[in-house]
Design a protein around this ligand. Structure first.
Ligand SMILES: C[S@@+](CC[C@H](N)C(=O)[O-])C[C@H]1O[C@@H](n2cnc3c(N)ncnc32)[C@H](O)[C@@H]1O
Length: 278
Protein backbone atom coordinates (compact mmCIF):
# COMPACT_ATOMS: atom_id res chain seq x y z
CA UNK A 1 0.00 0.00 0.00
CA UNK A 2 1.48 3.40 -0.87
CA UNK A 3 2.50 5.57 2.05
CA UNK A 4 1.33 9.15 2.68
CA UNK A 5 2.26 11.77 0.07
CA UNK A 6 5.23 13.75 1.27
CA UNK A 7 7.27 16.46 -0.39
CA UNK A 8 11.03 16.36 -0.74
CA UNK A 9 12.85 19.70 -0.36
CA UNK A 10 13.21 19.89 -4.17
CA UNK A 11 9.49 19.74 -4.84
CA UNK A 12 7.57 23.00 -5.39
CA UNK A 13 5.76 23.92 -2.20
CA UNK A 14 8.14 21.92 -0.04
CA UNK A 15 9.41 25.02 1.74
CA UNK A 16 13.02 24.97 0.62
CA UNK A 17 14.82 27.41 2.95
CA UNK A 18 17.06 28.57 0.09
CA UNK A 19 14.37 30.09 -2.12
CA UNK A 20 15.22 33.81 -2.54
CA UNK A 21 12.67 36.21 -1.05
CA UNK A 22 10.95 33.44 0.85
CA UNK A 23 9.64 34.11 4.35
CA UNK A 24 10.77 31.34 6.76
CA UNK A 25 7.98 28.83 7.32
CA UNK A 26 6.17 29.89 4.14
CA UNK A 27 5.70 27.45 1.24
CA UNK A 28 8.34 27.75 -1.50
CA UNK A 29 7.26 29.60 -4.65
CA UNK A 30 6.45 27.46 -7.69
CA UNK A 31 9.18 29.35 -9.55
CA UNK A 32 12.26 30.73 -7.82
CA UNK A 33 14.95 32.55 -9.83
CA UNK A 34 17.21 29.47 -10.34
CA UNK A 35 14.28 27.46 -11.76
CA UNK A 36 13.80 29.93 -14.58
CA UNK A 37 17.00 29.28 -16.56
CA UNK A 38 15.06 26.70 -18.57
CA UNK A 39 11.66 26.16 -16.93
CA UNK A 40 10.55 23.67 -19.62
CA UNK A 41 13.26 21.17 -18.75
CA UNK A 42 12.30 20.70 -15.08
CA UNK A 43 11.05 17.19 -14.32
CA UNK A 44 8.41 18.53 -11.92
CA UNK A 45 7.12 21.22 -14.31
CA UNK A 46 3.47 19.93 -14.14
CA UNK A 47 3.36 20.25 -10.34
CA UNK A 48 4.88 23.74 -10.53
CA UNK A 49 2.45 24.82 -13.26
CA UNK A 50 -0.53 23.52 -11.28
CA UNK A 51 0.66 25.23 -8.13
CA UNK A 52 1.20 28.51 -9.98
CA UNK A 53 -2.26 28.55 -11.62
CA UNK A 54 -3.84 27.53 -8.32
CA UNK A 55 -2.22 30.61 -6.77
CA UNK A 56 -3.20 33.16 -9.44
CA UNK A 57 -6.62 31.82 -10.52
CA UNK A 58 -8.68 34.53 -8.78
CA UNK A 59 -6.97 37.43 -10.58
CA UNK A 60 -6.07 35.56 -13.80
CA UNK A 61 -8.74 37.19 -16.01
CA UNK A 62 -8.12 40.70 -14.71
CA UNK A 63 -4.37 40.39 -15.27
CA UNK A 64 -4.97 39.04 -18.79
CA UNK A 65 -7.16 41.99 -19.74
CA UNK A 66 -4.87 44.64 -18.30
CA UNK A 67 -1.53 43.21 -19.45
CA UNK A 68 -2.70 42.36 -22.97
CA UNK A 69 -4.09 45.93 -23.18
CA UNK A 70 -7.54 44.38 -23.69
CA UNK A 71 -6.39 42.37 -26.72
CA UNK A 72 -6.67 38.83 -25.28
CA UNK A 73 -10.37 38.36 -25.97
CA UNK A 74 -9.83 39.59 -29.53
CA UNK A 75 -7.12 36.88 -29.97
CA UNK A 76 -9.55 34.26 -28.69
CA UNK A 77 -12.25 35.43 -31.09
CA UNK A 78 -9.70 35.16 -33.94
CA UNK A 79 -8.97 31.55 -32.87
CA UNK A 80 -12.70 30.72 -32.91
CA UNK A 81 -13.06 32.23 -36.39
CA UNK A 82 -10.03 30.26 -37.61
CA UNK A 83 -11.62 27.02 -36.41
CA UNK A 84 -14.49 27.46 -38.91
CA UNK A 85 -16.99 25.79 -36.59
CA UNK A 86 -20.12 24.42 -38.22
CA UNK A 87 -23.50 23.60 -36.72
CA UNK A 88 -23.67 20.39 -34.68
CA UNK A 89 -19.89 20.24 -34.26
CA UNK A 90 -18.20 19.33 -30.97
CA UNK A 91 -15.29 21.45 -29.71
CA UNK A 92 -12.69 20.42 -27.13
CA UNK A 93 -10.91 23.35 -25.44
CA UNK A 94 -7.79 21.93 -23.75
CA UNK A 95 -6.10 23.79 -20.88
CA UNK A 96 -9.29 25.87 -20.76
CA UNK A 97 -8.37 27.58 -17.49
CA UNK A 98 -11.06 30.05 -16.46
CA UNK A 99 -13.01 29.32 -19.65
CA UNK A 100 -12.61 32.47 -21.75
CA UNK A 101 -11.94 30.57 -24.99
CA UNK A 102 -14.51 27.89 -24.11
CA UNK A 103 -17.12 30.66 -23.75
CA UNK A 104 -16.08 32.19 -27.08
CA UNK A 105 -16.64 28.78 -28.73
CA UNK A 106 -20.04 28.55 -27.02
CA UNK A 107 -21.00 31.67 -29.02
CA UNK A 108 -20.06 29.87 -32.29
CA UNK A 109 -22.44 27.48 -34.10
CA UNK A 110 -20.92 24.53 -32.13
CA UNK A 111 -23.45 22.17 -30.59
CA UNK A 112 -21.23 21.20 -27.67
CA UNK A 113 -18.09 22.68 -26.11
CA UNK A 114 -15.99 20.71 -23.62
CA UNK A 115 -13.33 22.42 -21.51
CA UNK A 116 -10.55 20.42 -19.87
CA UNK A 117 -7.89 21.59 -17.43
CA UNK A 118 -5.76 20.04 -14.70
CA UNK A 119 -5.98 22.96 -12.20
CA UNK A 120 -9.12 22.72 -10.07
CA UNK A 121 -9.04 26.40 -9.00
CA UNK A 122 -9.10 27.56 -12.65
CA UNK A 123 -12.02 25.22 -13.48
CA UNK A 124 -13.95 26.43 -10.41
CA UNK A 125 -13.80 29.98 -11.78
CA UNK A 126 -14.84 28.77 -15.26
CA UNK A 127 -17.84 26.97 -13.74
CA UNK A 128 -18.75 30.03 -11.69
CA UNK A 129 -18.55 32.34 -14.72
CA UNK A 130 -20.54 30.11 -17.09
CA UNK A 131 -24.11 31.14 -16.05
CA UNK A 132 -23.20 34.79 -15.59
CA UNK A 133 -21.37 35.27 -18.88
CA UNK A 134 -23.51 33.18 -21.22
CA UNK A 135 -27.26 33.15 -21.83
CA UNK A 136 -28.83 29.84 -20.66
CA UNK A 137 -29.06 28.30 -24.14
CA UNK A 138 -25.32 28.87 -24.75
CA UNK A 139 -24.28 27.96 -21.19
CA UNK A 140 -26.05 24.60 -21.72
CA UNK A 141 -23.60 23.74 -24.53
CA UNK A 142 -20.59 23.94 -22.16
CA UNK A 143 -19.18 21.37 -19.75
CA UNK A 144 -15.93 21.45 -17.81
CA UNK A 145 -13.80 18.47 -16.77
CA UNK A 146 -10.57 17.91 -14.89
CA UNK A 147 -8.02 16.23 -17.15
CA UNK A 148 -4.49 16.17 -18.54
CA UNK A 149 -3.67 17.47 -22.04
CA UNK A 150 -1.15 14.63 -22.42
CA UNK A 151 -3.66 11.87 -21.64
CA UNK A 152 -7.11 13.04 -22.72
CA UNK A 153 -9.88 10.79 -21.43
CA UNK A 154 -11.86 10.81 -24.69
CA UNK A 155 -12.20 8.20 -27.45
CA UNK A 156 -10.38 8.53 -30.77
CA UNK A 157 -12.00 10.83 -33.37
CA UNK A 158 -14.55 12.35 -30.98
CA UNK A 159 -14.16 16.10 -31.70
CA UNK A 160 -14.41 18.32 -34.79
CA UNK A 161 -12.26 21.08 -33.31
CA UNK A 162 -9.54 21.00 -30.65
CA UNK A 163 -8.17 24.26 -29.24
CA UNK A 164 -5.54 25.24 -26.74
CA UNK A 165 -4.90 28.88 -25.80
CA UNK A 166 -1.74 29.85 -23.91
CA UNK A 167 -1.57 26.27 -22.67
CA UNK A 168 0.82 24.31 -24.91
CA UNK A 169 3.82 26.22 -23.46
CA UNK A 170 2.78 25.11 -19.98
CA UNK A 171 2.43 21.42 -20.86
CA UNK A 172 5.38 19.24 -19.82
CA UNK A 173 5.63 17.36 -23.14
CA UNK A 174 4.05 19.34 -26.01
CA UNK A 175 4.65 16.51 -28.53
CA UNK A 176 2.62 14.13 -26.37
CA UNK A 177 -0.23 16.66 -26.10
CA UNK A 178 -0.18 17.33 -29.86
CA UNK A 179 -0.39 13.56 -30.50
CA UNK A 180 -3.44 13.46 -28.22
CA UNK A 181 -5.05 16.38 -30.10
CA UNK A 182 -4.54 14.46 -33.36
CA UNK A 183 -5.97 11.26 -31.86
CA UNK A 184 -9.21 12.82 -30.54
CA UNK A 185 -9.88 14.84 -33.72
CA UNK A 186 -12.15 13.42 -36.40
CA UNK A 187 -10.81 13.30 -39.97
CA UNK A 188 -11.51 16.77 -41.38
CA UNK A 189 -11.09 18.25 -37.88
CA UNK A 190 -9.16 21.43 -37.07
CA UNK A 191 -6.67 22.25 -34.35
CA UNK A 192 -6.20 25.88 -33.26
CA UNK A 193 -3.40 26.91 -30.93
CA UNK A 194 -2.91 30.39 -29.48
CA UNK A 195 0.46 31.09 -27.97
CA UNK A 196 2.67 34.07 -27.12
CA UNK A 197 5.78 34.91 -29.11
CA UNK A 198 8.55 37.45 -28.84
CA UNK A 199 8.45 39.94 -31.72
CA UNK A 200 11.68 39.83 -33.70
CA UNK A 201 11.80 43.27 -35.26
CA UNK A 202 13.32 46.46 -33.86
CA UNK A 203 12.14 48.49 -31.90
CA UNK A 204 9.12 46.30 -31.01
CA UNK A 205 11.40 43.62 -29.51
CA UNK A 206 13.00 46.20 -27.18
CA UNK A 207 9.61 47.48 -26.04
CA UNK A 208 8.42 43.88 -25.57
CA UNK A 209 11.47 42.95 -23.48
CA UNK A 210 11.02 46.00 -21.26
CA UNK A 211 7.26 45.51 -20.86
CA UNK A 212 7.25 41.73 -20.34
CA UNK A 213 10.61 41.47 -18.58
CA UNK A 214 10.32 44.45 -16.24
CA UNK A 215 6.88 46.17 -16.09
CA UNK A 216 4.46 43.23 -16.29
CA UNK A 217 6.15 40.94 -13.70
CA UNK A 218 5.87 43.77 -11.16
CA UNK A 219 2.35 45.05 -11.91
CA UNK A 220 0.83 41.58 -12.40
CA UNK A 221 2.44 40.32 -9.19
CA UNK A 222 1.05 43.35 -7.36
CA UNK A 223 -2.48 42.87 -8.73
CA UNK A 224 -2.56 39.15 -7.93
CA UNK A 225 -0.52 39.47 -4.70
CA UNK A 226 1.27 36.47 -6.13
CA UNK A 227 4.05 34.65 -4.33
CA UNK A 228 4.24 31.71 -6.72
CA UNK A 229 6.60 33.48 -9.16
CA UNK A 230 3.98 33.17 -11.95
CA UNK A 231 4.78 36.49 -13.59
CA UNK A 232 8.52 35.85 -13.52
CA UNK A 233 7.86 32.48 -15.17
CA UNK A 234 5.63 33.95 -17.92
CA UNK A 235 8.27 35.92 -19.92
CA UNK A 236 10.92 33.22 -19.34
CA UNK A 237 8.57 30.46 -20.48
CA UNK A 238 7.81 32.41 -23.67
CA UNK A 239 11.47 33.26 -24.34
CA UNK A 240 12.63 29.66 -23.91
CA UNK A 241 9.72 27.98 -25.73
CA UNK A 242 9.85 26.64 -29.28
CA UNK A 243 9.83 29.04 -32.24
CA UNK A 244 6.99 29.39 -34.74
CA UNK A 245 8.78 27.20 -37.28
CA UNK A 246 9.49 24.54 -34.65
CA UNK A 247 5.82 24.53 -33.63
CA UNK A 248 4.72 24.19 -37.27
CA UNK A 249 7.26 21.34 -37.67
CA UNK A 250 5.90 19.55 -34.58
CA UNK A 251 2.33 19.82 -35.87
CA UNK A 252 3.35 18.46 -39.28
CA UNK A 253 5.37 15.65 -37.66
CA UNK A 254 2.27 14.66 -35.64
CA UNK A 255 0.33 14.12 -38.89
CA UNK A 256 -1.42 17.48 -39.31
CA UNK A 257 -1.57 19.12 -42.73
CA UNK A 258 -1.98 22.67 -44.07
CA UNK A 259 -0.31 24.06 -40.97
CA UNK A 260 -0.29 27.87 -40.75
CA UNK A 261 0.82 30.48 -38.22
CA UNK A 262 -0.73 33.96 -38.11
CA UNK A 263 0.88 36.70 -36.03
CA UNK A 264 -1.52 38.92 -34.06
CA UNK A 265 -0.92 42.31 -32.40
CA UNK A 266 2.48 42.87 -34.04
CA UNK A 267 3.51 39.27 -33.45
CA UNK A 268 3.04 39.13 -29.67
CA UNK A 269 0.50 36.36 -30.12
CA UNK A 270 0.41 33.62 -32.77
CA UNK A 271 -2.61 31.65 -33.92
CA UNK A 272 -1.63 28.26 -35.38
CA UNK A 273 -4.14 26.28 -37.39
CA UNK A 274 -3.73 22.71 -38.58
CA UNK A 275 -6.02 20.14 -40.22
CA UNK A 276 -6.44 16.42 -39.74
CA UNK A 277 -6.89 15.30 -43.33
CA UNK A 278 -10.30 13.76 -44.12
C1 LIG B 1 -2.28 30.41 -19.31
S1 LIG B 1 -3.61 29.37 -18.82
C2 LIG B 1 -4.67 29.45 -20.25
C3 LIG B 1 -6.12 29.36 -19.89
C4 LIG B 1 -7.10 29.62 -21.04
N1 LIG B 1 -6.90 28.70 -22.12
C5 LIG B 1 -7.06 31.04 -21.55
O1 LIG B 1 -7.21 31.24 -22.74
O2 LIG B 1 -6.91 31.95 -20.73
C6 LIG B 1 -2.88 27.79 -18.98
C7 LIG B 1 -3.73 26.67 -18.45
O3 LIG B 1 -3.11 25.44 -18.84
C8 LIG B 1 -3.41 24.49 -17.86
N2 LIG B 1 -2.53 23.34 -18.06
C9 LIG B 1 -1.19 23.33 -18.09
N3 LIG B 1 -0.74 22.08 -18.31
C10 LIG B 1 -1.83 21.29 -18.45
C11 LIG B 1 -2.01 19.91 -18.70
N4 LIG B 1 -0.99 19.07 -18.86
N5 LIG B 1 -3.27 19.43 -18.78
C12 LIG B 1 -4.34 20.26 -18.61
N6 LIG B 1 -4.22 21.58 -18.34
C13 LIG B 1 -2.98 22.09 -18.27
C14 LIG B 1 -3.23 25.25 -16.56
O4 LIG B 1 -3.86 24.63 -15.48
C15 LIG B 1 -3.84 26.60 -16.93
O5 LIG B 1 -5.19 26.68 -16.54
Amino acid sequence: MPGPITKTPDQPGAGSPSAPGQVPGEAAPAWAAPDLADPHSLADKPARVQKMFGAIAASYDLNNRIHSLWQDQRWRRFAVKSAMVKENEHVLDVACGTGDLTEAFARSPAAKVTGVDFTRAMLDIAEHKRPTRLPPELAAKVSYHEGDAMALGFPDASFDVVSIAFGIRNVADPAKAIAEFFRVLRPGGRLVVLEFDRPRWFPMNLFYDFYCGWVMPRTATLISRDRSGAYRYLPRSVGTFMSRSEMCGRLTAAGFSDVSATGLSLGICVCYRAFKRA
